[in-house]
Write a protein that binds this ligand. Sequence first.
Ligand code: MLT
Length: 247
Amino acid sequence: MQIDAFLTPYFPEQENLFKDAIVVMIDVLRASTTITTALFNGAKDVIPSDSLDKAVRIYGNLSREVRFLGGERNGLKPDGFDAGNSPYEYTEQAVKGKNVIISTTNGTRTFIKAKNAKHRIVGAFVNLNAVLDFIFNDIDSTEANYPNTKVCFLCSGTNGRISYEDTLCAGAMINSIYNRYLYKGVQISDSAEVARYLYNFHSTNMKEFLMTREHPKHLQKIGFERDIELCFTFDKYPVVPLICPAR
Ligand code: MLT
């Protein structure tokens, strides 16, 4: 088995890079967490869009009763949208039974990658063990294919640069996968090993440490302190968002 990681979404995506791989896409603050929250609260589906215009167009084609438009630029709700990117806005009352369209600065850019993967999963701390269970079940149920199994982590980062919270979330998942399959042989790329190493280094004071980093500080400054607390909670929502091919 191979484990690989991309710590930002800005890399050349060669045709077969993710073919048949299990790909976990991470934007802890806040797109992955918000999408997971929306699905937990009964959203029918969530459609990620890499541009605001495209999101508005998709929204315009859906019927009024079942549509919900969310997203952010610079962390704030775009004019005319139903919600920003705070998981607290995606309550059961707001999203149950609805098609949620969401466009965020970095996260939704990641979620449209890896189109020929076997599975594209949205991962965060809030659904960490649900995502791992899904991956373990998938690997264990295709045992014969074990040597060809590939699990990749795509982190959203911030504007083309690494973000610590995404790297540590990927590192936590990589660490569990690595330890579980070690005895069967695991090849781990340098970037996946960096994420794993950093996770182990920070695991005893992770939350406190992450609070001192760039994106949490930015969100604190613009009034979303509560969001950070939620986004750094382990296993709050046992759901596994899967990204389906475009309709
Ligand atoms: C993003 O996609 O860049 C983030 O989700 C930004 C945020 O709203 O915190």
